[in-house]
Design a protein around this ligand. Sequence first.
Ligand code: HAM
Length: 418
Amino acid sequence: MIQLVRGFKDILPPESSVWQYIENTAKQHFENFGFKEMRPPVLEQTELFKRSIGEHTDIVEKEMYTFAGSKDTMLTLRPEATASVVRAYIQHKLYAADPVCKFYTIGPMFRKERPQKGRYRQFHQINAEVFGVDSPYIDAQLVFMLMRFFERLSIGGLSAHLNSLGCPACRPAFRKDLAEMLAGHSDKLCEDCVRRLDKNPMRVLDCKVPSCREVVADAPSMLDYLCEDCALHFKAVQQILDKLEIAYEIDPGLVRGLDYYTRTAFEIQTEELGAQNAVAGGGRYDNLVEMLGGPAQPAIGFAVGVDRLVELVSAKFPAYDSGPQVFILPMGDQAMEMGAQFACLLADAGVITEADFSGRSLKALMRRADRMGAENVLIIGEQEISDNAALLRNMKTRHQQSIPMDRLVETIRAEFDG
Ligand code: HAM
């Protein structure tokens, strides 16, 4: 039997109802904050991710699903959405319509990571991206929006972690001092970190290997290197969050795994998911639009990991399948034909309808109705056909009523509207 690809998964009912609940809540919530949906494709030119995420990140070095396209172009299944949103923003000159653009996207991402709990090779993100605002107010607003989104889903126990990664004016000095300090302890660093020393020393701050964590404990902090503008920006973000009564922790070790970040970076973490504890992450990327060939436009955004969120929500509200409002049980050939018509007409009228055409006994069908959690059964047998009225029976109260066939759809629909 052909099985699922490792690291990929099927999202089946009833769990899919939790996904729908989360996605619908996000749409409504984000639209309240002025975001509009964008749906970029899942496939892009590899170059886009190399140039935005960074050549020396784990994602680009070892996690992308890349293959040859036509005419020498290499194509990659998107490992994240930000690069695609930026590409679309530039390609369609979306900045021309209004200086400020806000988009959200919902969909699958692909990274060839080692699969484990909370880490998949196809996973899903809800992204929000804002272009054209350099004010720290928008940084704070995004963190606020995100924390309120989790509250709407009744998820507690989350903490917001904030850092500033500086800008091209102040980061190089920090990078240099950090690299020098780390090089002095390279014998204690893991193989990956030794490799990172040269190309991307900031990633060492994020390494989970205990000996690397020990070295990093004495590392310099980017916050001590911020230039005046970056320091003022970061201070303002914190002041606004204080006013909005959003709790946060300053975490100088928070570096994020993508190279495009500048200034504010943040992550929302939970203690309930084990090692993969980030349910959302994001930050400013003020230089990316220009780097990819667009106008100089500041930008900021985040992505929520939906798979991890589903785990948290499911632990609180176990997913369930709601049964049909009306389950039609036709007995006999003539009734079958009638049942088939009513099944279509009722569903089309907005009543959640199921029908059973197996021809099994009423007793067997009633058992199935019960198992499915049907609210009502609509029995159409010989007697009902000769009376020209079907029998609607409430499965809970056992109340029964006879409904004339010629007014059946309106009568039942009115019943559920009221
Ligand atoms: P990221 O931190 O790589 O950021 O991913 C964001 C979230 O996606 C993570 O916090 C996590 O919840 C989820 N996630 C990442 N990888 C996996 C995986 N393999 N399995 C399950 N969940 C995963 C970004 O992707 C940036 N594009 C976020 C951003 C948007 N920054 C600015 N705008």
